[in-house]
Design a protein around this ligand. Structure first.
Ligand code: AMP
Length: 217
C-alpha cells in the first residue's frame, strides 16, 4: 500500500504516519525528517535548507523531487510506503504522479487530515522536540521530566524554530496558498479522502484506516 498523507502543519500528520507505518509494516518517509537530519549533519543540503525551514518556507521543488526520486527507488519502498510532507506544491504532485507511473506503483491512497487554524497554533506552540532523537512531545508529556521518554537522553528539549508562533502563521499561509491547490487537484479527481485530524490519536488512526478500506471496496 502507498499512502500519501496531507495535513496542515501541526495537525498530527507525523504522529499518524508513524503509527500507520508500524501497523502496516511499511516505511515512513517524512521529507521534513529527511531535511532535519541533513540540517543536523550540516550537509550541503542541510546548510541550504536550514534558513528556509526556519522561516517556515518551502525548500525548492527540484531539491525535494530529487530526494523523493532517490527514496522511492530504494528497495525498502518496493512494497509500499507512507509519504508524509510530499507533495506540497503542484509541480511536486505532477512529478510524483510521473514517478508512480514509471515505478508502476498501484494502490495509492491520498488522505488529508483537517484541523482549524487556532487549534493548530495551540498545538504547535505547545510542542517540544528531543535534541537527540528529534521525537516530538507536548509540554504536558514532558512536564517535570529531565530525560527523553523515548531515547533517555538528558540533553533536554527544545522548541523547533519553525514551531514559534510567527513562523507557524507563515507555515499556515504557505499551506493554504501552495499546498491547498494540490489537495484541490486530487479532490477534483475524486481520489482525496478527508479525515478530521482533531480527535484522539487512536480514533484518527481508525478513521484513516476505515476510509482507506472504504476506497478499496
Ligand atoms: P514538516 O516536518 O513536514 O512540517 O516539514 C518541515 C519543513 O521542511 C517545512 O516547513 C518545509 O520548510 C520543509 N519541507 C518538508 N517537506 C517539504 C516539501 N515537500 N517541499 C518543500 N519543503 C518541504
Amino acid at each position: 500500500m502507498r499512502l500519501i498523507l496531507f495535513g496542515a502543519p501541526g495537525v498530527g500528520k507525523g504522529t499518524q504516519a508513524k503509527i500507520l507505518a508500524s501497523r502496516l509494516n511499511i516505511p515512513h518517509i517524512s521529507t521534513g525528517d529527511i531535511l532535519r537530519e541533513a540540517v543536523k549533519a550540516k550537509t550541503p543540503l542541510g546548510i541550504k535548507a536550514y534558513e528556509i525551514m526556519s522561516r517556515g518556507e518551502l525548500v525548492p521543488d527540484d531539491i525535494m523531487i530529487g530526494i523523493i526520486n532517490e527514496t522511492l527507488n530504494q528497495a525498502r519502498c518496493k512494497n509500499g510506503f507512507i509519504l508524509d510532507g510530499f507533495p506540497r506544491t503542484l509541480p511536486q504532485a505532477k512529478e510524483l504522479e510521473k514517478l508512480l507511473m514509471e515505478l508502476k506503483l498501484e494502490h495509492v491512497f491520498y488522505v488529508n487530515l483537517t484541523a482549524n487554524g487556532d487549534e493548530i497554533i495551540r498545538r504547535l506552540t505547545n510542542r517540544r522536540a528531543c535534541k537527540v532523537c528529534q521525537n516530538i512531545f507536548t509540554l504536558s508529556e514532558i512536564e517535570g521530566k529531565n530525560s527523553c521518554p523515548i531515547c533517555n537522553s538528558t540533553d533536554s528539549f527544545y522548541q523547533r524554530e519553525d514551531d514559534k508562533e510567527d513562523v507557524i502563521r507563515n507555515r499556515l499561509e504557505v499551506f493554504s496558498t501552495t499546498t491547498q491547490p494540490v489537495l484541490d487537484y486530487y479532490d477534483r479527481r475524486g481520489i482525496l479522502v478527508t479525515v478530521d485530524g482533531l480527535g484522539a490519536i487512536d480514533d484518527v488512526t481508525t478513521s484513516i484506516l476505515t476510509s482507506i478500506e472504504a476506497k478499496l471496496e
